[in-house]
Design a protein. Structure first.
Length: 290
């Protein structure tokens, strides 16, 4: 595992853009996190410089239609598109001025709401209602519930055995959360109903993105340390991580589901987005020529 990868994962993606420069960027490179409006036909990708790129997902490619700069003082860690909210917006978890923060940012670039925290916000995922999201913290290993109709986040749980919590995936139907531990290479499962947690997966490297597929019950795990994306059946009696895609991935940091059952992957080292079929077959790459 290279040192650059270890620094980025264990100490966070320190986005330090100059706002004016970032807003005018035309080059797409170093993507680190993403989400879509669905799975849907719009894809939102945040790169290392703090630019949120907006794409239309087509049958055979991506078309960028806009980009905005995240506030320069904000260091992002995870992103989640808010369903059923007007105006269209994303939640971004991270830090600002050394304190944790979850920001609701409109697709037009306006900060709509913020939820401050004493702890480092490292993961976020929201449900289809558009009002509720769950946030993980990496320094206290806690999980918080955010309701966009309320000003304060509510503590839900603490995972006492975790080392450094990161990305979150929300199974809204079963009211379960999956939270990656980027330091130990494990994924925890937390039941909101019973308020209990357990180790769901082990023997990963440093999972930096989790995506739950409500249609199939599969959990997708991006693991840049192993240069691969894995899947696990969350309904299985003995769940295990199974290889979904590897070649030509170099450092898959971000990931999301898009329209037609496809999986989009943000590859930091390849400066690219790869889109795979639901069976792990590479369909296309953006930019096409690298």
């Amino acid at each position: 595992m290279d040192m650059q990868f270890l620094v980025l994962v264990l100490f966070g993606f320190a986005l330090t853009p100059q706002a004016a420069l970032a807003a005018d960027r035309a080059t797409f490179e170093r993507p680190i996190m993403m989400d879509s409006n669905g799975p849907g036909s719009e894809l939102y990708v945040l790169d290392e410089s703090g630019v949120l790129h907006e794409f239309l997902v087509k049958e055979d490619g991506l078309a960028e239609y806009g980009h905005i700069a995240v506030p320069s003082s904000f260091a992002a860690a995870d992103i989640s598109f808010l369903q059923s909210k007007t105006p269209a917006s994303v939640l971004i978890a991270g830090t600002q001025s050394g304190r944790g923060l979850v920001m609701r940012l409109s697709i037009g670039g306006r900060v709509l709401q913020t939820w401050p925290s004493q702890n480092v916000c490292s993961g976020v995922d929201s449900g289809s209602s558009g009002n509720v999201a769950y946030v993980a913290t990496s320094d206290s290993n806690e999980i918080y519930r955010i309701d966009t109709r309320q000003a304060q986040a509510k503590l839900v749980a603490r995972i006492p055995d975790a080392s450094k919590l990161g990305p979150v995936a929300f199974d809204e139907l079963r009211q379960e959360l999956y939270v990656a531990d980027v330091a130990s290479g494990q994924v925890y499962q937390y039941s909101i109903a019973t308020k209990t947690s357990k180790v769901f997966l082990t023997h990963l490297s440093a999972p930096t993105a989790l995506v739950f597929d409500a249609d199939t019950g599969r959990l997708f795990i991006a693991d840049p340390g192993q240069r691969a994306v894995f899947i696990a059946d969350t309904r299985a009696a003995k769940p295990a991580a199974v290889l979904f895609a590897s070649d030509p991935l170099k450092a898959p940091y971000g990931m999301t589901l898009v329209s037609e059952g496809r999986v989009a992957v943000a590859d930091y080292n390849a400066d690219s987005i790869f889109v795979f079929s639901g069976k792990g077959v590479l369909l296309f790459r953006y930019p096409a020529a690298r």
